[in-house]
Design a protein around this ligand. Sequence first.
Ligand code: FAD
Length: 448
Amino acid sequence: RRAVVLFTGDLRLHDHPPLRAALAAADEVVPLFVRDPAVARAGFAAPNRLAFLADCLADLDASLRERGGRLVLREGDPAEQVCGVAAEADADEVHVAAADSGFAQAREDRLRRELTAAGRRLHVHDTVVTAVPPGALTPQGSDHFAVFTPYFRHWSGYRLRDTLPAPRTVRVPDGVRSAPLPKAAPGPVPGGESEARRRLTGWLRGGLASYDRGQDDLAGDRTSRLSAHLHFGTLSPVETVHRARAVGGAGAEAFVRQLCWRDFNRQLLAARPRVSGADYRTRQDRWRTGRAAQADAAAWREGRTGYPVVDAGMRQLREEGWMHNRARLLVASFLTKTLYVDWRVGAAHFLELLVDGDVANNQLNWQWVAGTGTDTRPNRVLNPVAQGRRHDPDGAYVRRWVPELAGVEGAAVHEPWKLPEADRKKYPDRLIELSDGLARFRQARGLE
Ligand code: FAD
């Protein structure tokens, strides 16, 4: 018997329920990935993520070859391609993980229709994208959670399935055509399951123990940097939670709580697909548009707002395709509240550059900061000077990313306008006084 396994947001061999089931049901299995041009047309194929994806596919192929198999790559409409491969391989069943977005749901529905019409079966397995499947936990009277804390309580008590090992051998039938693997210039973050597993193991032995104390330390960079791996599924969230819990301690607890945020956002987006674009909970914001607002947004994107910690974050994003979570919070607050520019402007820029760029996590975190989402304190404004002094007390993060200020010692780097002209080099003036931004925001939200 033969089967096809369609890889989607799960580019790994470890802990992969659809692959496991296909291998149990069939003697020969086609591991298939389909590059769907619709993803590029929808604007999600940013170069940083394409480079990461190329690494993932190369690594998956290499791991399959070590086990006697190979990866089959196709390009085009997924339903057509899967049906074509099933016919070429003479496979009577196809295995895939459950859809986790509207886009994936439409793909799954079509796939089922077309396979059934051709006399083949589609087996859909539990989602592999979250630890707890979206919809598995519900509060009384609703089909999803809109507030994190009660969700986290339920999530923590949920019994996760056991982790599955990677298969030892994978036999692929002869004669199934494959497109060549994509070649991309190396991206800012190396991808692939082997790299993900190395990084996870290193993290569990190293940084995890002090994560609860270090997660907001901008210069110390004491977070896992596993986000892109979790986004592309080179790491299983179920395995990540199990392994962190096995280490235990306050660091692991804080880390697992962050992993719960991923699941929380997914279940929210699954229940309310429109949340990602339209205002989920509009506060009647009439965001600034016009020329001045556009110029402010451009300065923000380019890291020249005149607020060093904001500029450091934006320059880190451009350089590394990643930004520290604390910096994401404060640059997002600066754009939406201090500059009063629509969160969607910022979210789009993030999605263009982030290797971990993810519709659920990005759009919903942006809304959380903008106060149009699930934040229980929607009108809180982060002060970049106070935030800089608190989370970059020595100023090392700013000096790393803002070379104009590299010669300024200590926390003075957070208020360059107080420095003598000669020490500020070409560092830009402030776009706006914080008190003016705050007054405008409070008035716009009717808080005066
Ligand atoms: P760690 O601190 O090591 O956390 C471990 C994992 O938990 C992360 O890899 C991530 O998967 C998850 N996680 C941590 N914080 C959050 C959070 N607030 N929400 C959801 N999951 C979280 N994360 C993305 O993966 N993709 C995005 O596009 C994205 N956009 C964001 C936009 C804004 C405005 C903000 C404030 C946050 C955004 N985040 C996003 C969440 C968070 O900033 C990143 O997940 C984190 O910085 C990644 O670094 P890390 O892997 O070292 O995280």
